[in-house]
Design a protein around this ligand. Structure first.
Ligand code: ZN
Ligand code: ZN
Length: 321
């Protein structure tokens, strides 16, 4: 299986500023002084291998949207602004004449906070007759909230004007669903208004998408239900919006977790790959580079023999499982 990240930013879309771009160019030229870059190939190799991620690229600013790719129907978690890019990618493939593209889109919603639904009004496939959009979630207000965000005076195009066949499905926690050949279960999470994590099982592979979740004291106990839920997952996408200090001090009860807690829970549960997600919107690219480095250092301190792979999500990241 393969997971592609279309939107990774927490709470609020974030754009890169002109000053940030200037700082990246400055740093790149500064570092390049020590190299002889006489051909295009040499320049490309230098960019790829000598510049840190925060200088050569960007973590991106779209809010939550993650795709489990190459399925018989599309499977997407959350409808943040990343959903617009996913929709545009689909449209491009369709316009270029690509055959056998699925026309069913299954979108699993963690909760109804704005940053997890705001991409839907800009999701072009939802305007195309013949497409089917299934929106899944655990909140009773699922359909009402989607309809409402497109009602006046918030948005000029009502949901009813979207021409695809759109339906909403409220699921029951702990029940196992078979959707597009994938076994799907959910878990209730601690977050203002509740949120739900999703577990996807197929061909012996396990992917857990768990965002907007504050793990309280006791989360590290072996018998904690979250540990069971993520046990031996091939990939755990984990809400790590906060640094450890934020999580235990300034931002208690704000509904998010830290990078360090993510490492502890992943190690306890025997997870193979941990992807930090819902990136803090006030962190710039350099801060996020350090955040990832610190998280990897913490794993070494916690368990030097651990084989856990740690990623920090960015818009356009693909993880092979
Ligand atoms: Zn969120
Ligand atoms: Zn939230």
């Amino acid at each position: 299986m393969q997971v592609h990240f279309w939107g990774t930013r927490g709470s609020l879309p974030t754009s890169i500023t002109t000053k940030m771009i200037e700082a990246k160019i400055f740093k790149a030229i500064q570092v390049s002084q020590a190299y002889k870059l006489e051909t295009d190939e040499a320049i490309k190799t230098f960019i790829r291998h000598e510049l840190p991620f925060s200088v050569r690229e960007t973590y991106g600013g779209n809010t939550s949207c993650v795709e489990i790719t190459n399925q018989t129907e599309y499977i997407v978690c959350d409808a943040g602004t990343g959903l617009r890019d996913f929709g545009n990618h689909y449209m491009k493939a369709k316009m270029s004449g690509q055959k056998n593209l699925p026309n069913v889109f299954n979108i699993f919603i963690s909760h109804l906070h704005w940053d997890h639904i705001q991409g839907f009004p800009f999701f072009t496939p939802a305007f195309i007759p013949g497409n089917r959009i299934n929106v899944y979630g655990y909140h009773e207000a699922l359909e009402h909230t989607f309809v409402n965000q497109q009602n006046e005076p918030c948005f000029p195009v009502p949901l009813q004007a979207m021409r695809a066949d759109i339906s909403f499905h409220v699921m029951e926690p702990d029940r196992i669903y078979d959707i597009a050949g994938v076994k799907v279960t959910g878990i209730q999470q601690h977050h203002p208004g509740d949120s739900y994590g999703y577990c996807f099982l197929k061909d012996g592979k396990k992917i857990v998408y768990s965002t907007d979740s504050e793990h309280k004291e006791g989360a590290q106990n072996d018998n904690h239900r979250f540990i069971d839920f993520v046990k031996e997952a091939d990939l755990l996408v984990f809400d790590a919006q906060y640094s450890f200090l934020d999580a235990v001090d300034a931002k208690v009860n704000w509904g998010h977790s830290s990078n360090l807690l993510g490492v502890e829970l992943a190690v306890l549960a025997g997870v193979k790959r941990l992807c930090l997600f819902h990136n803090e919107h006030t962190f710039d690219d350099e801060a996020l580079d350090h955040f990832l480095e610190d998280t990897r250092k913490y794993l070494k301190i916690l368990d030097g023999s651990s084989n856990l792979e740690i990623y920090l999500s960015y818009d356009d990241l693909t993880i092979e499982i």
